[in-house]
Design a protein. Structure first.
Length: 377
């Protein structure tokens, strides 16, 4: 039995997205920048798909820009925001539990002279809006705070924090990495009140290699890349029409069935949080997660990477944190101040619309067997 409980890392591509991409690659492969009829048909389809994504985000199509991935979007948002605010100052606020796609470009800016305030979460993995309020300065140009933490599943108070920032100084730009939250947690960009928002297709059953950047209407930013002028000059490069078609199809599927998907994942997560501690002696819940698809647990004293490998040998896929860490210790779990034995044994479990109770049961049985064999040894 193959068990996949690592949907926060990536998701299986849905049939609708696969079919949309196949049609675009075979029967409708025109370049949207070409001036002939075949190219212009591709351009029209591109804009129709942009409108679907805009509907999913709750914004206008003119505010949607296609990128290659969440990392590109995060880097673009940060670089463009500090350039936009260069006359105001050189202070950035973020959190210690952001994805590395946010932390690394900010770290690079810090090395070039920008001042950075990194907010710390409480034991539950949440950032305090009051801590953000206290960190704001006259020279602050950017706040970057993720919507859903990719390792804890905690929902950050983005809307409240954005209101605090805009009340302090409307010129400060607010960016949120919504890669794990998009369509898993209901929101619109207007409700959040952010200026910039980043998402990635492969988290919602579209293929890898396609992302979206929301840029608030009226906000004039610099492009990350220079080239042929596609995406209204802000994201040049021939549009990946097959991936965009797949993303649009995946968005439509989530919009049509999102409530059902979220209820299913929430139910499975509740089942896992009930069964795992009951069936695996010593297992602890690290965070139950606010988002419906992510929770984290620990088997104290058992190294996470050993657990991941042992489970993988049995055909069970979970992670010890973000897939982007590639085996390195998680800065997110370190930020919670967990006891050392608990921190060393953390596992992230994440669900999708196709996950089942049988998969949870298989995980519980496997973890119990690993623990028993280790005790017996």
């Amino acid at each position: 039995m193959f068990v996949y409980l690592d949907h926060a890392a990536t998701t299986p591509v849905c049939a609708e997205a696969t079919q949309a991409a196949l049609e675009e690659m075979t029967a409708a492969f025109g370049n949207p920048s070409a001036r002939h009829a075949f190219g212009q048909q591709a351009a029209q389809r591109l804009e129709e798909r942009r409108a679907v994504v805009a509907e999913a985000l709750g914004c206008t199509p003119e505010e949607v820009f296609f990128t290659s991935c969440g990392t590109e979007g995060d880097n673009w948002a940060i670089q463009a925001a500090v350039e936009h605010g260069r006359r105001r100052g050189r202070h950035i606020i973020t959190t210690v539990i952001e994805h590395s796609a946010v932390l690394e470009p900010i770290k690079a800016l810090e090395g070039k002279g920008w001042s950075v305030t990194r907010l710390k979460p409480n034991r539950q993995g949440r950032i305090s809006p009051e801590d953000l309020r206290a960190a704001l300065r006259e020279d602050t140009v950017l706040v970057s705070m993720m919507l859903v933490n990719n390792e804890l599943g905690t929902l950050q108070p983005v809307a409240e924090c954005a209101r605090i920032v805009k009340a302090y100084a409307p010129e400060i730009l607010f960016h949120t990495d919504a890669v794990q939250g998009f369509l898993k947690v209901p929101f619109t960009v207007k409700e959040l009140g952010v200026d910039l928002l980043t998402v990635s297709g492969h988290k919602i059953r579209a293929p890898k290699g396609i992302g979206v950047q929301y840029i608030r209407s009226g906000l004039k930013l610099s492009p990350l890349l220079r080239g042929g002028g596609q995406e209204r000059g802000l994201r040049p490069g021939t549009e990946p029409t097959a991936q965009i078609a797949a993303l649009s199809a995946a968005c439509r599927l989530w919009m049509d069935h999102g409530a059902e998907y979220r209820a299913h994942m929430e139910s499975l997560k509740a089942y896992a949080l009930e069964q795992l501690p009951a069936r695996v002696e010593g297992l602890e819940i690290v965070t139950p997660g606010d988002a419906p698809h992510i929770c984290s647990v620990s088997l104290p004293g058992y190294p996470s990477e050993m657990l991941v490998r042992a489970l993988s040998d049995q055909g069970i896929c979970v992670s010890s944190g973000s897939a982007c860490h590639k085996g390195k210790p998680s800065h997110v779990f370190a930020a919670l101040g967990l006891p050392k034995r608990t921190a060393m044994g953390v596992l992230r479990i994440s669900f999708g619309p196709t996950s089942t109770r049988d998969e949870v049961d298989a995980l519980a049985d496997a973890l119990s067997a690993i623990r028993s064999s280790r005790v017996g040894a």
